[in-house]
Write a protein that binds this ligand. Structure first.
Ligand code: ADP
Ligand code: MG
Length: 397
């Protein structure tokens, strides 16, 4: 690892400003899923153990400028107290005199969580003065927010310019280590499984990965746009019409470059978008005009499985179907099982994306793959070979 890590720093007595990703779902004033908070614990515990003063900052949701109790990090401070088994202080803002006073009163081994950085529009503008103000609270800056590292904001990028000592935290380190394996010195065959619903965000990724991977397995909503591009009837399935041309280009390019490109050969179709919809397994050329594709079929799982059997590196982003509905979760869960099997046999398997991560834990297999990335957009940009601004901002060793 070329970047300075938290292990390289002397933290005792220092004010350590840590960008964490506490962008968690809040329901009736309580943290509904604390995965991201738990992922940040090793870094926080390290600072406490070394006698540093931990000042944590994060964004939560997309508030429209200014304070909004809906997006307050206060419930997170309470939850973090429980997880750490100690009191966590909470600042009503992330900059200003009151916050400075709270920081100055912090003792060694104590933890202070600052209020949502996005209550200041300057955060997303990466405003220089705002970044400087954040930096002025601390001696050291640690970035442990992998999920936000693809964004150049004040708390993820700008702030690093104003502190001499910068480092990445353990979560960031873990993410980069696993994802680096997938981009450099990776063992082939390298297979990318792509699905999900954010077709326009991700279809470009396929193009950018085409010279790197040996095979693409396309399922989920992503597959429908390709099926339509090939002239199949897809009925009322989720399709991004304005990406059909790009899909055609990709299909041609894959053929020309002899990259294996598998689309579903059968699928589960439904008469409406609901778990209690009527459903049927049909070949892809038998989709009924008024129905929609909500999952990949068993023959597709089998064919994808044959490619995955021999793969040495596998990257998966985007569920194979609407896994939130029990009747359409099978394709996703079957692929998750195959990934768990090939991981046992030594393949490196990486699952990225919020919904993909939640699907793999729903399948009970989150611990059976090599790595579940906390970052969706960040992991994909990394795999494309792009430099993440939040990582670039940290000094090299
Ligand atoms: P991630 O969060 O892992 O990056 P996305 O957000 O792109 O993945 O996509 C996840 C969503 O895609 C899920 O909510 C799932 O229901 C949906 N999805 C998967 N397959 C289909 C499909 N065939 N039609 C409609 N939605 C789908
Ligand atoms: Mg998602």
């Amino acid at each position: 690892m070329r970047k300075v890590t938290i292990d390289d720093l002397h933290l005792k007595g220092k004010k350590v400003l840590v960008r964490v990703d506490f962008n968690v779902p809040i329901e009736s004033g309580k943290v509904a899923d604390d995965t991201r908070i738990r992922e940040a614990l090793p870094t926080i515990r390290k600072i406490i153990a070394d006698g540093g003063k931990a000042i944590l900052m994060s964004h939560l949701g997309r508030p429209k400028g200014g304070f909004d109790p809906k997006y307050s990090l206060k419930p997170v401070a309470e939850h973090l107290s429980t997880l750490l088994g100690m009191s966590v202080k909470f600042a009503p803002d992330c900059v200003g005199d009151e916050v400075r006073k709270m920081v100055d009163e912090l003792k060694e081994g104590e933890v202070l969580l600052l209020e949502n950085v996005r209550f200041h529009p300057e955060e997303e503008k990466n405003d220089e003065n705002f970044a400087r103000e954040l930096a002025s609270l601390a001696d050291v800056y640690v970035n442990d927010a992998f999920g936000s590292a693809h964004r150049a904001h004040a708390s993820t990028e700008g702030v690093a310019r104003f502190l001499k000592e910068t480092a990445i935290g353990y979560l960031m380190q873990k993410e980069i280590e696993y994802l680096s394996k997938a981009t450099s010195n990776l063992e082939k065959p390298y297979v990318a499984i792509l699905g999900g619903a954010k077709v326009s965000d991700k279809i470009q990724v396929i193009k950018n990965l085409i010279d790197k991977v040996d095979a693409f397995l396309i399922g989920g909503g992503m597959a429908n746009t390709f099926l339509k591009a090939k002239g199949y009837e897809v009925g009322k399935s989720l399709v991004e019409e304005d990406k059909i041309e790009l899909a055609k280009e990709i299909l041609d390019e894959a053929e020309e470059k002899k990259v294996t490109f598998l689309l579903p050969v059968d699928c589960v179709i439904a008469n409406k978008f609901a778990n209690d919809a009527e459903f049927e397994v049909v070949a892809v050329d038998k989709v009924k005009p008024d129905w929609m594709i909500l999952d990949i079929g068993p023959e597709t799982v089998k064919r994808f499985g044959e490619v995955l059997e021999n793969a040495k590196t596998i990257v998966w982003n985007g569920p194979m179907g609407v896994f939130e509905f029990e009747n359409f979760a099978k394709g996703t869960f079957e692929i998750a099982k195959i990934l768990a099997e090939v991981t046992k046999k030594g393949a490196i398997t990486i699952v990225g994306g919020g919904d993909s991560a939640s699907a793999i834990s729903k399948a009970g297999l989150a611990n059976s793959v090599s790595h579940v990335s906390t970052g969706g957009g960040a992991s994909l940009e990394f795999l494309e070979g792009k430099v993440l601004p939040g990582v670039a901002a940290i000094r090299d060793k």
